[in-house]
Design a protein around this ligand. Structure first.
Ligand code: TYD
Ligand code: MG
Length: 461
């Protein structure tokens, strides 16, 4: 007889409890507990179904002394997609379980199908979301034909793994974990216990067969759907696919990677026929117009390990309503408020009666503090209505007393700016240590305070 049990599970970390709790005792999040019905089949029933399970007869592994372990280079299969390899730390590691998270519609299925279609190995692409015809249509859209890519539309994890065992592919893609269901528990697909059970099965399969598995997982804007958060503990690497749906740029970021660095990222552009790698992001993020407008400046920032130049735009206008508006796209609003406070207190600029709007080009979200200097220059430029030359760029963090602070990898930033033909870069004077300015084909202007920036940039007008 199947046993029916009711439990409560935390949406965030997957902890379970027999009764509902307002605050999870494990991850300390509030209001994350949801009720779940768990039906456990009796053993004989499960055995009758002859489903894939871990094999208990396998020889038990013995503890080994660390010097006795022979560690070869982790074998990686390199994909034809340079950005994807970079994010994974050099290619796909055998037996690894990788989660690709992202909001619905951002392009996760497209990315994985494209990888599956371009690799010259046997690949099993399992979809619980789309029919075979729909996937075929998508493949036609991407425009690549591949004999080695198998499509399976199935949601039962045991059946999927049985198919995988028979087919012996070299890579499996699961689209998506929220649609999978294990026959051993009866709660609905997408629930905490189903996701945990299915991910556990997939992980055991990957480790035992050495076949790498990619799992796609949806998250909402708040990241609130069970799954990706919970899965982060189980999988070897977590990649996040993000971007603004109204723009075509997509960023693939590493959140966790057991086999590589987490500061890598890849940039793609969504086109009518699939995703295109963007190997030179700066050229896309800088505006093409030659006209110099006030409030528009360029920051030399770093995304992951990659330097790129990005346009920042500010608009300061007289407030029409009593309370001035502050709005920032792609930048932290609290940080904008802080920068405005610094400008008021340390340099005497009056923003109090003005609306301030800030926009970072390309729908990209920036959290590199080196963009501060460029934003401050854009704010002053718009307030004073004086434009900044288009061949000047900035890299520096602003401190609370108006000082320009050092930023990391300044050398890379300067080189990228020089490579793109910029004539002048403003940096913190504290960043000069160890820099040989003779090396660069660009004028480097070190400054110590925001006032100096104002004097150097705008005073001559
Ligand atoms: P999709 O991969 O289905 O997103 P996800 O799996 O993350 O939910 O991609 C969704 C969007 O991508 C959809 O709005 C259409 C667009 N798209 C293109 O612009 N070009 C293409 O070649 C493809 C396949 C999709
Ligand atoms: Mg999809």
């Amino acid at each position: 007889m199947a046993k029916v049990r009711k439990i409560f599970a935390c949406n965030n970390c997957g902890a379970t409890s027999p009764k509902w709790m307002g605050k999870c005792t494990s991850c300390e999040e509030w209001n994350t507990y949801v009720e779940e019905i768990v039906v456990k089949e009796s053993k004989t029933q499960a055995e009758k179904k002859q489903v894939w399970r871990t094999n208990d007869k396998k020889p038990k592994l013995k503890p080994v002394k660390i010097p006795e372990i022979v560690a070869g280079d982790t074998p990686r299969s390199v994909t034809p997609d340079g950005e994807f390899n970079r994010v994974l730390g050099g290619g796909i590691v055998a037996g690894s379980l990788v989660l690709i998270g992202g909001q619905p519609g951002i392009g996760k299925s497209t990315l994985m199908l494209q990888i599956a279609l371009t690799m010259p190995i046997n690949i099993l692409y399992v979809s619980g979301e789309e029919s075979q015809e729909q996937i075929k249509m998508r493949a036609d859209r991407i425009g690549i034909q591949n004999e080695n890519c198998y499509i399976l539309t199935e949601t039962n994890v045991s059946k999927i793994l049985t198919h995988a065992q028979n087919l012996e592919p070299q890579l499996i893609v699961i689209d998506s974990i929220q649609t999978l269901a294990s026959p051993h528990i009866e709660s609905t697909p997408g629930s905490v216990s189903q996701i945990r059970e299915c991910a556990g099965d997939l992980q055991r399969f990957a480790k035992e067969t050495n076949i790498p598995i990619f799992i796609i997982g949806h998250i909402t804007k708040e990241g609130s759907i069970a799954g990706p958060k919970l899965l982060e503990h189980i999988v070897d690497a977590v990649l996040q696919f993000e971007g603004d749906r109204h723009y075509t740029y997509r960023i693939l970021r590493t959140i966790k990677n057991r086999f590589g660095s987490t500061s890598e990222m890849g940039i793609y552009e969504m086109q009518a026929d699939g995703l295109r790698e963007v190997s030179n992001p700066s050229e896309l993020l800088l505006s093409q117009n030659d006209e110099n407008l006030s409030g528009s400046t360029v920051a030399a920032m770093l995304e992951g390990m990659r330097p790129m130049l990005i346009e920042t735009q500010a608009l300061v206008s007289t407030a029409v309503y009593g309370t001035p508006q502050r709005s920032a796209t792609g930048f932290d609003l609290r940080r904008l408020n802080m920068l405005l406070a610094v400008l008021e207190k340390r340099c005497g600029f009056q923003f109090g009666a003005n609306d301030v709007f800030l926009n970072i080009a390309g729908g990209i979200k920036v959290d590199d503090p080196a963009i501060d200097l460029s934003i401050v220059a854009a704010l002053i430029s718009s307030l004073e209505d004086v434009s900044v030359e288009g061949d000047i760029c900035f890299a520096g963090e602003i401190g609370l007393s108006g000082e320009i602070r050092t930023v990391n990898r300044i050398d890379q930033r300067i080189q990228e700016a020089a490579r793109l033909g910029f004539k002048q870069i403003f940096i913190s004077k504290y960043n000069l240590k160890g820099l040989d300015l003779e090396n660069y084909d660009i004028e480097v202007t070190p400054i110590g305070k925001v006032e100096e920036l104002y004097r150097t940039l705008f005073d001559e007008f």
